[in-house]
Ligand binder design. Structure first.
Ligand code: TXA
Ligand code: MG
Length: 317
């Protein structure tokens, strides 16, 4: 199956594949027509750059130039793994990979099937998350099948993604490293490897070229609202008064006796919570509910990537 997937990529086709974060929608990163098919399948605006996936850090020099020592340090520590680096592009990199910018996003994924595919293919695989633009990322092969099925030439099924939320993105393309998208690898972990203080994503410095930074990204189709735990009871009462059908995603300690709503207990620990989050949202999106309420998570660093995704999934009024 992996050999077939590699042959399809060489032929300019689209292959969805699992990574340890979410499923990616892959194409040969040196084939402009193939990369354009990704944009068409996702319904994504053409100037949004995509991540190039590599089999190992040695391939960095093919894709990036003026690679700083900070990049090699992070690569050594975290690759293969859920970390994306933004670097200055090498001259031959296609404009539809970089969105016409002078930077490129690269990552070496750790999922065994992604590694097998990258080794069989040999080159770089351009791959955004395998969902329609603005929707929740897929963490199971069936999510890809449902949303993009006929538009993808092959879906490699590698089971559930371990981490379940997208990689941490660190921009090393200018003098001051900064985090563009929080992920499982935290700012503290990056700081301790670099002996630096990287700018945190909470500081509103995100580039508009990162679609993850747009409002209402990663959203289910059912309206989703974030609720402080202290407001949960009154919010539920109001919704039931209005005869709304609602689900509540929350940790078990906040669940109470109220059988008119669908309770969705979530793990109390951030890694497990992230692993289940998108799958639960995909599942709830099929139930035809009026609304999904999610209780806010702790304001600590280990929950930052989750609170980032939750606030992006929130319905803006
Ligand atoms: O975990 C992940 O990163 C997954 C898996 C499949 O690797 N991929 C993923 O790709 O989340 P995507 O396209 O959904 O999100 C990548 C983000 C986008 O927000 C994109 O704008 C940003 O990376 N990005 C890509 N190239 C960039 C660049 N040169 N400068 C700034 N942001 C960039
Ligand atoms: Mg995405």
């Amino acid at each position: 199956m992996v050999q077939k997937a590699a042959a399809l990529l060489h032929a300019g086709k689209l292959v969805a594949f699992p990574t340890e974060t979410v499923y990616g929608l892959g194409a040969d990163a040196t084939n402009p027509d193939a990369v354009n098919k990704i944009y068409a399948a996702k319904g994504r605006p053409a100037n949004h750059p995509v991540i190039v996936h590599l089999k190992n850090e040695e391939q960095l020099t093919t894709w990036a130039s003026n690679i700083p020592s900070t990049a090699w340090k992070l690569a050594k520590q975290f690759w293969p793994g859920p970390l994306t680096l933004i670097l200055q592009r090498a001259p031959q990199v296609l404009d539809n990979i970089t969105g016409g910018q002078n930077t490129i996003a690269v990552r070496v994924p750790g999922h065994p099937l992604a590694q097998e595919l990258l080794h069989a293919f040999g080159g770089g695989i351009a791959a955004p998350s395998a969902n329609r633009f603005g929707r929740i990322s897929p963490t199971k092969a069936e999510h890809v099948r449902e949303e993009l099925g006929p538009l993808v030439d092959l879906i490699l099924d590698g089971g559930d993604c371990t981490f379940g939320i997208e990689s941490t993105i660190v921009d090393l393309s200018s003098e001051f490293p900064r985090i563009l998208r929080p992920g499982t690898i935290t700012a503290s972990q990056i700081n301790s490897v670099l002996s630096l203080h990287v700018q945190s994503p909470a500081s509103k410095t995100q580039t508009p070229r990162t679609p993850g930074a747009l409002l209402n990204h990663y959203a289910p189709t059912t309206p989703l609202h974030l609720i402080a735990p202290s407001k949960l009871r009154e919010t539920i009462e109001m919704a039931l008064d209005k005869k709304k059908s609602v689900a509540i995603l929350t940790t078990p300690n906040l669940i109470f006796e109220e059988s008119a709503v669908t309770w969705v207990p979530m793990p109390s620990e951030p890694d497990n919570y992230a692993h289940h989050l998108y799958a639960k949202l995909h599942e709830l999106d099929h139930k035809g509910l009026d609304c999904i309420f999610v209780t806010t998570v702790p304001p600590t660093e280990d929950w930052l990537a989750i609170s980032d995704r939750l606030s992006k999934a929130t319905t803006k009024i």
